[in-house]
Design a protein around this ligand. Structure first.
Ligand code: HEM
Length: 433
């Protein structure tokens, strides 16, 4: 049964802006209630005022089915986020900026996507990541040590963002004195809709162009250094990568890789760590379970943190042809060539067809087939590293945190794309390592 855009917007009983408007995420958090409504309805295309129309994909089975068909549902055909009308106009005007020149694997389709993904995938295998165990463990200990034995702090600022910053900077060859600058740039890039983070500039175009230039300058210096002085790190692997035809990888692609590894890796891990601490604050009994259970809880808790937080809230796919799509249990819908689909991983992770008591944070949950790292073709390249980083912090929390309680309201980033805590004020007491 095909459902038209108008029928749906009026009939579904939800306000489509709740699904996609960054300001609403900042004010109200993730739209769990509307997602729950949508998971029980036929697929439907919605039109939130000020945004391009899109199909919200909220069920676990539909997200995996669409992710598994990259030849039909493309990352490359259009952007990976749902555009606002303004962004559509700017894109239509063809005005270039430094980012439109950079090519990243997240915006490629097969077969090219597979070729470029291979360049770095060796580094991100569990075996490759083993080399990073020490970096990850040392970093987690250091951030917890930096808090002192007791006090009050914003855990986003002091813990959640520091840990991935150190880990990613280490593998990408970014020196300690550049870490803070890089953090600022990435916040300006990802949370451009949030007035607390947005860069001061005359226009969005100007700010994007300046950001692109600053990223370029920083990463290009590292590339040149690693070509001259190779080391055993990802920075060298990217700087010296060759393509299957033996030609060196182009500068635009190398820079794109830097950009995606840092940007895809930092805010996501930061939000999952802050979300983990937020979940323990809301469910203090789970902290006791974490402490009492055997070692296997480190693994199950790590997966549950990613399910629970799903920091990549959605990714867009674009239909490259007219498609009759069958949504299990809800019949067929007609998706037209050029239509946008938002795969809401966060909603899929609460689908009760797959998860028992999906709204319970349960550090012992098993099995846990969450989609926090996506699925199939674009499955998160950094998943093992992210897991290792989260697990290292969970170990510190398990072994050392004696008291953890909220001391004020948490706040959230105004972003419907990569979403999570902005601040998390906490009172704590910590034992020495
Ligand atoms: C908890 C932390 C993380 C989460 C929740 C996360 C989530 C995701 C998701 C959902 C995707 C799929 C996007 C799509 O469907 O199109 C993705 C892709 C990707 N992630 Fe992550 N990520 C995390 C950490 C990292 C880290 C640490 C790195 C790198 C060091 C990384 C690098 C990437 C890259 C390069 C891609 C693109 C893969 C491709 O297009 O083939 N991510 N991530």
């Amino acid at each position: 049964m095909a459902v038209t855009e108008n029928q749906v917007s009026e009939g579904a009983g939800i306000d489509p802006l709740d699904l996609i408007d960054s300001q609403r995420y900042g004010a109200k958090g993730a739209p769990h209630d509307p997602w729950k409504v949508l998971r029980g309805q036929p697929l439907q295309k919605v039109h939130a005022e000020g945004f391009q129309p899109f199909w919200p994909i909220t069920r676990h089975g539909d997200v995996t089915a669409i992710s598994g068909r990259p030849d039909d549902f493309s990352n490359e055909a259009d952007s990976i986020i749902i555009w606002t009308d303004d962004q559509m106009e700017r894109a239509a005007s063809g005005e270039p900026n430094a980012f439109s020149q950079m090519r990243t694997i997240i915006a490629m389709d097969p077969p090219e996507h597979r070729t470029f993904r291979k360049v770095a995938s060796g580094f991100f295998t569990p075996k490759g990541i083993e080399r990073l165990d020490e970096i990850v463990t040392t970093s987690a200990k250091a951030v917890i040590d930096s808090l002192g034995p007791e006090g009050e702090a914003d855990f986003v600022d002091k813990v959640a963002q520091r840990h991935p910053l150190r880990v990613l900077s280490t593998i990408l060859g970014i020196s300690r004195d550049q870490e803070d600058h890089l953090l600022e740039l990435t916040q300006q890039l990802f949370a451009a809709d949030d007035p607390d983070y947005a860069r001061e500039a005359d226009s969005r175009e100007q700010s994007t162009a300046e950001l692109g230039m600053e990223f370029y300058t920083m990463f290009n210096a590292i590339i040149e250094d690693r070509r001259a002085n190779p080391q055993d790190d990802l920075a060298t692997m990217l700087a010296t990568a060759t393509m299957p035809d033996g030609e060196p990888m182009g500068l635009v692609e190398i820079l794109g890789y830097y950009l995606i590894v840092f940007n895809a890796g930092h805010d996501t891990t930061r939000h999952s760590l802050a979300g983990a601490i937020g979940a323990f604050l809301e469910n203090p009994e789970q902290l006791q379970v974490l402490k009492a259970a055997d070692e296997s809880v480190i693994h199950t808790a790590t997966e549950e943190v990613v399910r629970w937080t799903a920091p990549v809230n959605y990714m867009k796919r674009t239909a490259v042809r007219d498609i009759t799509f069958t949504s299990e249990g809800f019949g067929d819908v007609q998706i037209e060539a050029g239509d946008s689909l938002a795969l809401f991983y966060n909603s899929a992770n609460r689908d009760d067809r797959v998860f028992t008591d999906p709204y319970n944070f349960d550090v012992t949950r098993s099995p846990n087939k969450h989609l926090g790292f996506g699925w199939a073709e674009h499955y998160c390249l950094g998943a093992h590293l992210a897991r290792a980083s989260i697990a290292a912090l969970i170990v510190e929390i398990r072994n050392r945190v004696e008291l953890l309680e909220p001391v004020g309201e948490a706040s959230y980033t105004a972003s419907s794309f990569v979403f999570g805590h902005k601040t998390l004020p906490v009172r704590y007491r910590i034992s020495p390592s």
